[in-house]
Design a protein around this ligand. Structure first.
Ligand SMILES: [Zn+2]
Length: 446
């Protein structure tokens, strides 16, 4: 890095520290905690799913709705700003020839190609971290605090950022070294083998993440409360989930969001609840959420998601091969990139990836949303807690718009909307009313 760049980096970090200490706030109280069933959602001869849904919707204070709408709709714009900002950073690295300079430096340090790639990657990650920091800080620190979703003060937040940076340094270096080796060895078919390599790393990261990556950020402990775990394990065993353990994760370290998951393979299958859910959710709500997560596991959503991603990645590499040839033909000399075996090409690869995945946003969201909808129905069927499910939807409404337009949901939502989730739950309840009617009182025995 040259000296001008170094002072810029220091300035950004200094400003962030100053802003960060000013921003630190105590943990924010939850917006809505609803633990009673509204009158219109009580079982009765004239139970109406629409009326029951509206009764739940009416329990959310209007101010809370305004706030979560503003948060979620702001997120639509962030998709655009993230894309434009990242593109600008890539173009800067190319046009100022910083990318070429980082390669030159790597070549001066060593003559081993693979080590040059890794050294280039190290510089690239550090430089893009600094350049991307203002938006990262706004999006994931300032904004999350403003909406009461974050619980971390600046120091620990920055600590987590540092850990993520280290993980991308290591995992990214492995990927970059492997990919450039493939490109050099197989100049014609690199895009096929390259996409296979990316997929393989993707699968490895998913597999090791609960055991090796998550614990870097959070503490995961066994949950020893039979009141909570017994009904969950009954549900698990009834649906072929081979586990006897329920874990909890201290997600409240970073956020107020509620969540849970079922992860792992054969011997390592485990159910994990986050402590926000345990603290804020009723037992019915905890079961409803866990039932949903079990749906992802039983219906193999992770392998299906991996298959879908494989198709997307192969498609991306096919486009990349064509787009790289064309852009290097036009601007390669100006950016001082020799060819596609030159690590200096990386900002261009990320620029093209940004465009590809930006355009694909609605497709990716829809694929996820379809799985989420399936898991919702599975969860309702196994947990049989439609009111708990409605309460979970209301908790999730703290950061998700409850009642979007039809196209808004199709383009931007990777989960069904809160309204849709409560409505599904109330339709389910309407068809299973006998589960919720209290047995008539027996006349007292004489
Ligand atoms: Zn889900």
């Amino acid at each position: 890095m040259n000296s001008r760049l170094r002072s810029f980096a220091l300035l950004v970090l200094f400003a962030a520290f100053a802003l960060g200490s000013a921003q630190a706030q105590p943990a924010i109280q939850p917006t809505v905690d609803i633990t009673q069933v509204p009158a219109a959602a009580q079982p009765s001869a004239h139970f109406d799913a629409n009326a029951a849904t509206e009764a739940y919707m009416a329990m959310i204070p209007p101010a809370a709705t305004t706030r979560s709408n503003a948060y979620f709709e702001g997120g639509y714009w962030l998709i655009l700003w993230d894309f434009l900002y990242a593109s600008a950073v890539c173009l800067l690295l190319l046009n100022l020839r910083w990318s070429a300079k980082m390669r030159d430096l790597a070549e001066r340090i060593t003559r081993f190609k693979w080590l040059q790639d890794a050294i280039y990657w190290g510089q690239y990650v550090l430089l893009t971290f600094v350049l991307g920091y203002p938006l990262e800080f706004y999006e994931n620190y300032v904004r999350e605090h403003k909406y009461g979703l974050a619980t971390q003060s600046f120091g620990p937040w920055m600590g987590d950022e540092g850990k993520s940076l280290l993980i991308s340094l290591v995992l990214g270096a492995i990927m970059v070294v492997v990919l450039f080796a493939i490109v050099r060895k197989l100049p014609r078919t690199w895009w096929i083998w390259g996409s296979l390599a990316v997929m393989a790393l993707f699968v490895v990261v998913i597999a090791i993440s609960p055991v090796y990556i998550q614990p870097i950020f959070n503490k995961i402990t066994r949950l020893n409360d039979p009141k909570v775990t017994a009904p969950i394990l009954r549900m698990a065993h009834a649906n072929g989930i081979p586990t006897n353990d329920v874990y909890q994760i201290d997600a409240s370290r970073q956020t107020t969001r509620i969540s849970a998951n079922v992860s792992g393979f054969a011997g390592t299958t485990r159910i994990t609840l986050n402590d926000n859910l345990l603290r804020r959710g009723s037992l019915e709500e905890i079961q409803a959420v866990t039932g949903h997560e079990m749906g992802h596991y039983v219906m193999n959503h992770i392998p299906k998601g991996i298959f879908f991603m494989s198709v997307v990645i192969v498609l991306f590499f096919a486009c990349l091969r064509w787009a790289l040839a064309w852009t290097l033909e036009c601007w390669g000399a100006r950016w001082q990139i020799r060819d596609i075996t030159d690590p200096a090409v990386l900002p261009l690869v990320f620029l093209l990836a940004g465009i590809f995945f930006f355009v694909l946003t609605p497709v990716m969201n829809t694929e996820t949303r379809m799985h989420e909808k399936e898991a919702d129905m599975f969860g309702l069927n196994v947990a049989r807690q439609p009111d708990g499910f409605a309460q979970a939807a209301i908790h999730l409404s703290e950061y998700r718009k409850m009642r979007p337009g039809k196209w808004e949901e199709r383009i931007f939502f990777d989960h069904p909307s809160g309204y849709d989730r409560i409505h599904s739950a109330m339709v389910w309840k309407g068809e299973n009313l006998e589960l919720f009617e209290k047995p008539p009182e027996q006349p007292a025995a004489h």
